[in-house]
Design a protein around this ligand. Structure first.
Ligand code: SF4
Length: 290
């Protein structure tokens, strides 16, 4: 847990701070960019939250932090923030919060759908948290657990067992116990709304999920770079093959979507008709680093 004695020097004076246990996963920075920034390869509070929106965003980030590295000098009531997860992204897509250290703080999402459309889908695994699990139960449970790649599986087995969910994963990354294994490079329709796009590169078995031709759950294949101002891929965190990832990105660019919801990094919302241009920009950037 965060400790006042380990308060990082880069924090702005005040109640909220990040301590030395921070693993630099970036979660707090994209969740509360007005409060958190990066310094010396860790996060810090560069601006003490002063508005209601900043306080709320900081509390949500505190709960999402995978290592408990964010804390306050004074006691805060976090019940409302805790109850806010899963947090609405758009329409029937939610951010689960409660990131897991075992996935280096990857983001997990919930797609909420009625049973007749195939039921709820969890994309990658949050850390186990009783309040979150109760909310997932209230929202209809989890029918399918889609795992984008081997790094972000976290507590998949516990979630799958608790909810009786079918786990879906690509063969090249599949861990023990996966109920439905996808193979090859061709897209696979799980049902009329869900399409798995194999995207080897970051890992051999990385795969993305497209929901209703609108939401792309991209794992660690694709994310928004706030500093560069365009979509990109993690060149320095390519565990399998950068050229394979470029080819995967070329295939992914043929899909229709407007939201990019990554495991790590920042999300993006680009009008569908502008996404081909955004993907071309990403591919130019990637090819320049081949
Ligand atoms: S969420 Fe926690 S571990 Fe991740 S960058 Fe912020 S303080 Fe560090």
């Amino acid at each position: 847990m965060a400790s006042p004695a380990r308060r990082l020097a880069h924090n702005a004076p005040g109640d909220l701070f990040v301590d030395a246990s921070c693993i630099d996963c970036d979660t707090c920075r994209w969740m509360a960019p007005a409060v958190f920034d990066r310094a010396a390869e860790q996060s810090c509070v560069y601006h003490q939250p002063s508005t209601g929106a900043e306080v709320e965003a900081a509390r949500l980030a505190l709960l999402a932090c995978p290592t408990g590295s964010i804390r306050t000098e004074t006691k805060h009531d976090l019940a409302a923030a805790r109850a806010a997860f899963p947090l609405l992204v758009a329409e029937d897509v939610f951010h689960c919060g409660f990131h897991s250290e075992s996935s280096f703080g990857a983001t997990s999402y919930l797609i909420r759908r009625p049973a007749e459309r195939g039921g709820n889908v969890l994309v990658d695994s949050p850390r186990w948290n009783d309040a979150l699990v109760r909310r997932l139960e209230e929202l209809g449970g989890v029918r399918t657990l889609f795992l984008t790649h081997v790094d972000d599986v976290a507590e998949h087995a516990r979630f799958a067992a608790h909810f009786g969910a079918e786990r879906v994963m690509h063969a090249a990354d599949a861990v023990a116990g996966i109920e439905r294994v996808i193979d090859g490079l061709e897209p696979v329709a799980l049902d009329p709304e869900l399409r798995v796009i194999p995207t080897p590169g970051h890992t051999a078995g990385s795969a993305c999920l497209v929901y209703r031709a609108k939401f792309l759950f991209s794992g660690d294949h694709l994310a928004w770079s706030e500093s560069r101002g365009h979509l990109y891929a993690f060149r320095t965190a390519t565990w399998f093959d950068w050229n394979a990832q470029i080819r995967s990105m070329e295939r992914l660019a043929r899909e229709r979507f407007e939201w990019v919801l990554p495991g790590h990094g920042w999300r993006a919302h680009v009008p569908a008709e502008e996404m081909p241009g955004a993907m071309r920009r990403c591919l130019e950037w990637m090819r320049a680093r081949a």
